[in-house]
Design a protein around this ligand. Structure first.
Ligand SMILES: O=C(O)CCC(=O)C(=O)O
Length: 257
């Protein structure tokens, strides 16, 4: 799968492209069932708040052949290759759980902030991808983006603690105010299986899930092998040190095994 010329222009201009319902219901059902299985095991790769709230898990490709295959799915990897060129590996792979009425919220940040700050990624050349396993609505903590903010490159940040994960280099309110005055705010919404592909310098945040419905999200990033991280300070489940390039596989391979 490739971006059309119009989608390519949108990505360059806004920093993101949204695909409502890109993954089919039976694929989402398989990924959701596997997610439940992964969370039922105890692992140091899970993300837990001090309150006991389950916030997510990381490096699912190590424990799940299905999630390993998802990283190679041509709907994701071929588009990333179109944007970044060939020879990509996955820098970070996680599932973020927003439970009904859960407390998790993520401050304004650019994904490249932590990757440069904690992992020593040389250049902001990666893409981030979110795959919603549930319908994403205005009520259940959607990710909110500032279109066009990626064109600023890495913006000055302040590092703030976030429960259950490593501290996040975050954008001060004054910075967000200026960026939003220029680009506005958008929060793509859609059915389960919807996908957002976005630039690693695009400013984004998300609030708490106020609704009775979950909002579970698979979140992954592709980075060129030539831009592999140089100064890792975090465990490898937060920042992979396996720089083997991934090979795109047809979508039919996802559930074939
Ligand atoms: O799940 C979310 O709402 C946002 C996740 C995010 O921005 C991140 O993990 O960097």
């Amino acid at each position: 799968m490739k971006l059309t010329p119009a989608q390519f222009d949108t990505y360059r201009r806004d920093g993101l492209v949204f695909f409502p319902g890109l993954f089919e219901p039976h694929e989402v059902a398989a990924l959701s069932a596997e997610q439940v299985r992964i969370f039922a095991t105890s692992s140091e790769t899970h993300l837990l708040a001090a309150s006991g709230e389950f916030l997510g898990t990381t490096a699912m490709d190590r424990v799940s052949p299905l999630y390993a295959r998802l990283l190679c799915d041509e709907r994701l990897l071929s588009i990333a290759e179109q944007l970044l060129g060939p020879r990509l590996y996955c820098h970070q792979y996680k599932i973020i759980l927003k439970q009904p009425f859960g407390k998790l919220s993520l401050p304004w940040h650019q994904d490249y902030g932590p990757w440069q700050h904690h992992d020593g990624m040389p250049e902001p050349r990666a893409v981030s991808i979110g795959i919603y396993l549930d319908e994403v609505t205005e009520f259940n903590g959607p990710i909110v983006y500032i279109p066009g903010s990626h064109r600023q490159g890495l913006i000055e940040y302040e590092v703030i603690p976030v429960p259950g994960t490593t501290p996040i280099p975050s954008l001060p309110n004054a910075t967000v105010t200026k960026l939003a005055a220029k680009g506005g705010l958008i929060a793509p919404k859609g059915p389960p299986g919807s996908v957002t592909i976005f630039d690693c310098c695009l400013a984004h945040a998300s609030g708490q899930n106020l609704s009775p419905d979950p909002r579970h999200l698979i979140y992954l990033s592709y980075n060129p092998v030539a831009n592999a991280i140089k100064k890792p300070t975090r465990p490898t489940h937060f920042a992979s040190q396996d720089f083997t390039p991934l090979v795109p596989a047809p979508r039919s391979a996802l559930l074939a095994a």
